[in-house]
Write a protein that binds this ligand. Sequence first.
Ligand SMILES: Cc1cc2nc3c(=O)[nH]c(=O)nc-3n(C[C@H](O)[C@H](O)[C@H](O)COP(=O)(O)O)c2cc1C
Length: 447
Amino acid sequence: MVENVVATQIAEVKTAVASTVPKLSGRAIFDKLNQPKKMLCPLVDHSELAFRILMKKYGCDLSYTPMLNAKIFAKDHKYRVRNFGPLDGIHEMDRPLVVQFCSNDVDELLKSCEYVKDSCDMIDLNLGCPQNIARSGHYGSFLMEDWPLIERLINGMNEAGLNNTCKIRIFPDIGKSLDYAQMCVDAGAEWIGVHGRLREQRGQITGLADLDYIKYIKEKIKTKSKESSEEQVVISNGNVIYPEDIKRVLDYTNCDAVMSGEGALYNPGIYNFTEDDDVESAKGLDKIKDKVFPRVDKILLEYYEIVLSVMADSPASMKSFKSHVFKLLRPFFEKELDLRNEFGPMNKVFEETDEFKEWIKKVTERIEKRTMEEPENFKDEISLDEKNTTDDVKYYNIPFYRCQPYFRVIDGVKNNERFKIMRDDMDDKDMFLQKLKSKKQKVKDDY
Ligand SMILES: Cc1cc2nc3c(=O)[nH]c(=O)nc-3n(C[C@H](O)[C@H](O)[C@H](O)COP(=O)(O)O)c2cc1C
């Protein structure tokens, strides 16, 4: 069925005509897209087509593509085919969509935009990538010291009539962070996404995002048209782990939308609720657990079917499949090592589909075995994690066979057990920065 819908929608996209109407304001674009509040972050190797379709089925209002490198995209046909095929940005199924580029060259950026502008709703400039490759390539967060270049890039998109946005990180100084965001908006960004972390917060020592910085930016920032009575559209990024965090972050920062990265990767059900659902109590969450903490075997099968239906035109969806499976099944694999070991070497998942489907059946059987044989240990219930919950922050116990947030272990302490340390880190940014710089990151080049 998915295949039929895809075929019809390809035809629609092919007949789409480039828009010639004057540019709308950021607020008008936001309204036109039905005020998307729950967004999926740009995620290299992870927010590709199939995952976006899955997220949309699970209540996500708008997705970003992974970061695409404009330098390569502009000139390399193969790179384009691999990363943005004919199904990307297809109507209904993959819209609204924001395509994200990293760039340090206006011509390359505009040339790349030409290829995608009719298959998306906005184009985003990546100003947050902290990886070493971004340092050497001079893009992402390594443009934070080169404001004139950022102005040229954003202005170039603006002058070309493109609906554009950018995603920034914060500076240690709150005033400078606001000036920075304002500069991007004045250069022409219709929306601005603020990831409330420093450039140095990455990999294992990501820590918390500072929502106070985001709140401050949202409160003070002005739209580029200073006479306009419209409020600047600001998207908050960071600290969205559980369904209830969406309202909490929106209420606290007064932002227009939230975007989630890791929260959604480990649990695509994070947005799958309506205003009538109670997502603020364990009892409420328990009632809708199949929606907000889907069973790993169920979602896996659904996701697999989506990949099968798009893979001919979306190599990226195929490439990222296994990595997603490891994330979706993280808590399950920790307990059921034999099934993890069986899955690990499987490299013909898409050719011998029976093999993979048989394996999923084993996952289901294992869940049933555990819950039937040891009902007291593996009760299918969401409850409050009283040990780690404090006045400031709540955590939940979720059965290991349901998708759930992943808390990293740092210096032997799990993230959900080190909330106070992370809070203290945020209070003195300069000290925190020293701490981050002195810590030798053992991790691979990570976000
Ligand atoms: C696997 C992974 C890939 C990412 N890729 C991108 C990217 O392509 N572009 C970008 O702007 N940020 C990227 N990020 C950062 C996320 O968009 C987001 O800002 C970050 O994860 C913080 O949000 P979170 O706390 O909800 O995870 C990536 C993060 C992860 C974990």
